[in-house]
Write a protein that binds this ligand. Structure first.
Ligand SMILES: [Zn+2]
Length: 74
């Protein structure tokens, strides 16, 4: 089994929701394949997933849905 390089915890394959920040905009990407450390929660993306996310934010296809995000300042 794969181990987390940070805490040596076990890593699990999951599909996650990832918030991607690009040029001051936020993109919510759902169903992203990732490896997640079950101990510290660190997320690792496969090169293919990173490439796919970059392609989405660069080509800006029509999103499946939009959400509004509340912003606060302390
Ligand atoms: Zn970990």
């Amino acid at each position: 089994m794969k181990r987390c390089p940070f805490c040596r915890g076990p890593i699990e394959q999951r599909h996650i929701e990832h918030v991607h920040r690009w040029q001051g905009r936020l993109y919510i990407l759902r169903n992203v394949p990732a490896e997640v450390c079950t101990q510290c929660g660190e997320v690792f993306f496969a090169p293919d997933a990173l490439k796919a996310m970059d392609e989405i934010v660069m080509s800006r296809p029509k999103p499946q849905s939009r959400r509004s995000v509340p912003v606060f300042s302390l």
